[in-house]
Design a protein around this ligand. Sequence first.
Ligand SMILES: *[C@@H]1O[C@H](CO)[C@@H](O)[C@H](O)[C@H]1NC(C)=O
Ligand SMILES: *[C@@H]1O[C@H](CO)[C@@H](O)[C@H](O)[C@H]1NC(C)=O
Ligand SMILES: *[C@@H]1O[C@H](CO)[C@@H](O)[C@H](O)[C@H]1NC(C)=O
Ligand SMILES: *[C@@H]1O[C@H](CO)[C@@H](O)[C@H](O)[C@H]1NC(C)=O
Ligand SMILES: *[C@@H]1O[C@H](CO)[C@@H](O)[C@H](O)[C@H]1NC(C)=O
Ligand SMILES: *[C@@H]1O[C@H](CO)[C@@H](O)[C@H](O)[C@H]1NC(C)=O
Ligand SMILES: *[C@@H]1O[C@H](CO)[C@@H](O)[C@H](O)[C@H]1NC(C)=O
Length: 626
Amino acid sequence: MKFRAILTALAAASLHEASAKPFGQRQADLASRIEAENKIALQGVLNNFGPDGSQAPGASAGVLIASPSTDNPNYYYTWTRDAALTLKMVVDEFLHGNGDLQYHIRDYVKAQAIVQTVSNPSGALASGRGLGEPKYYANLTRFNGDWGRPQRDGPALRATALITYSRYLLSTGIDSDGTEANNIWPVIQNDLNFVAQYWNQTGFDLWEEVDGSSFFTTAAQYRALIEGARLGKQLQQDVSAYESQAPNVFCFLQTFWNGKYAVANINVKQSGFSRSGIDANTVLASVATFDPEASCDDTLFQPCSSRALANLKQYIDAFRTIYTINKNISASATGVATGRYVEDVYFNGNPWYLTTLAVAEQLYDAIQQWSTINIITIDETSLAFWQSAYPSAQTGTYTKSGYSDFTNLTDAVLAYADGFVETALKYAPENGALSEQYSREDGTPLSARDLTWSYASFVTMRAARLAATSDYGQVPSWGSPSNPQVSSTCTPSSVKGTYKPAVAAGAPSNAPACTYLVTFNLNATTFYGENIYLFGNSTDLGDWRVSDAVAGGAEYYSDTRPLWTFTVELPAGAELEYKFLRKEPSGEVLYEVENRSLHVSECGSESPGEQAVEVNWNGPVGSQME
Ligand SMILES: *[C@@H]1O[C@H](CO)[C@@H](O)[C@H](O)[C@H]1NC(C)=O
Ligand SMILES: *[C@@H]1O[C@H](CO)[C@@H](O)[C@H](O)[C@H]1NC(C)=O
Ligand SMILES: *[C@@H]1O[C@H](CO)[C@@H](O)[C@H](O)[C@H]1NC(C)=O
Ligand SMILES: *[C@@H]1O[C@H](CO)[C@@H](O)[C@H](O)[C@H]1NC(C)=O
Ligand SMILES: *[C@@H]1O[C@H](CO)[C@@H](O)[C@H](O)[C@H]1NC(C)=O
Ligand SMILES: *[C@@H]1O[C@H](CO)[C@@H](O)[C@H](O)[C@H]1NC(C)=O
Ligand SMILES: *[C@@H]1O[C@H](CO)[C@@H](O)[C@H](O)[C@H]1NC(C)=O
């Protein structure tokens, strides 16, 4: 396939002008190019799927690596978020009749049951904290390096993927006695308990940079609680925690709206954080919570809602002027390259395939919704969006029967959406491979090659377009409430969950069921640039490897109290040996003189229990800065 050649012929100018071919013909050309790329994209995902994916050597069964790239950047890990979003696509394709995909889904279930039990720098399963760990090695072992953790979207997205699969099993009778769905439920339950317990705590956003409350995460959590309660009831499970927290999450979700767009991150902990808040985060949130049977209510931020459309316009326009490759494209009714957020500096800040494709997907989703409810309402909030897609648009209500306005409006949105797909294809190489980014200067592919999430986003975009333009089946509804009420005051809240290895789904049964959050309070005078770590003789303490030592926090450090703190979730009753070390700015490592010992308390009535260790540095002191 010579995508570039075909596309060069079509050029990126307005879809309504400068084309020798009639509009319908152009759409047919695009449809066939999408089909060709879709095959490449689905295969690209499968190539990154362990154990037999051609690009994923060493990946365990059911593990989706983020990319085969092992250097600059090294993405040879499995991220809970990326894998869950991709698996949701695999489930949707399976539902559409691709039966070959079922063994991948089953492998994934088992891999997730296992990885839920892997204790990690975020914590362990017993407290639920470990579920917030963003990534693992491809062999399902813990990654101890510094990272933006925890991230709280992964469990919600994983629950959504598995709920979709489980509901399908139950509804079709494939799983006639419910055995498979009942075996999967404990994996979902751990994730939903995590959401119900921790939704009101900060964490890192989907781009792993901002520590705060992310719109994407909150939206994904809301969806997971609603559909989790629905599935749980079907399986006769206690869903009271999900039902009690969903309205609180929903109320909180409303607070991101600033009158013009949804601000991607609020409650940001990092000092000096200053961004507009316009971010693909919010577009991806709308796409990830799309329900073909939902209303266009603003509170739900569905693709067809006025707020989500206004938000989309703000997002698209933010990129029109900053990228060289967008420079000659007129200001409306045309697709452009879009990236994560305008302040992005990662690889110098470029457009991403998955964000450009998400714009199209939101619009294809919206077309499905308008076609279902047979009505488009243009209000003051959405008018500017509409006028960018269809310059003569006016506020009003347009029904499918009666006037041709409805068709004109949906046709305009379809053409607008297609322009974003054209853009992504224009900057894909001839072999159809999709990396993470493409250059803002000249469109050359950049950063990680064969990115799983890029490919998955192409496949979901294609399914959404087909569902918008043909009788291709829609994704299943997740039961988005039809007339949700927002409480007048939002309540901060949490329900403490219990967490157990999902043994029936393949988890090892020996993960510790009882743990302590052990806080080490260490007095150690340090100078700026000198850091303290803890290591010892267990996996949680890095097995005496300096590279895997636990980093201390100095947020309570003062001249009067030189306090370094470390909190580690450790199995009840464990006998451990450990010591502290200093890393100098030069890279030199200074160790304490003697090994220390710790007896973690025996299991009590509460898990996780809390235990504190008060100690003073005992060893060589770092050299003072000149
Ligand atoms: C898992 O993979 C990591 C990274 O490749 C490697 O360092 C580690 O030794 C592996 N662990 C096991 C148990 O294979
Ligand atoms: C917790 O919930 C309250 C009420 O919605 C909200 O004001 C607060 O910002 C939330 N905090 C976090 C970290 O989610
Ligand atoms: C924009 O158009 C001008 C004039 O036609 C041309 O010289 C320039 O190379 C174009 N820039 C880009 C990035 O396409
Ligand atoms: C719809 O589009 C057609 C074709 O461009 C045009 O002739 C017609 O006037 C439009 N209808 C309305 C109500 O704008
Ligand atoms: C760590 O050391 C303690 C004390 O020597 C010992 O009892 C314990 O078994 C060791 N733990 C591990 C995991 O090796
Ligand atoms: C004491 O700590 C060191 C790490 O500094 C470790 O290599 C050694 O095995 C420990 N000694 C004993 C007796 O466990
Ligand atoms: C650490 O320092 C504080 C304040 O100087 C002191 O109150 C505390 O007792 C010290 N901890 C230990 C273990 O000596």
